[in-house]
Ligand binder design. Structure first.
Ligand SMILES: [Zn+2]
Length: 78
């Protein structure tokens, strides 16, 4: 999986997961809270696995989307 796609999926899972989490918390719906936390966790875990430099394999989790070069090895990311 592409590292940019992986990070986009993580952000989407956070944004999509926060809505049912807020509703579940406000209405005290336990299963909705659990499902939203699972969605957020899956998004984060897949990003930990796939958001890596294709050259050196180091994590790109703390880097901004659209960065052209790896901050660790300096190789182009696309
Ligand atoms: Zn690298």
């Amino acid at each position: 999986m592409n590292h940019n796609l992986s990070r986009i999926l993580m952000y989407v899972s956070f944004l999509v997961g926060i809505i049912p989490f807020a509703i579940g918390t406000a209405k005290d719906i336990t299963w909705l809270i659990i499902c939203s936390l699972i969605l957020i966790a899956v998004g984060y875990i897949q990003a930990c696995i796939f958001a890596r430099c294709p050259h050196c394999g180091k994590s790109l989790m703390k880097r901004l989307l659209g960065q052209e070069y790896c901050p660790w090895c300096g190789e182009p990311l696309d």
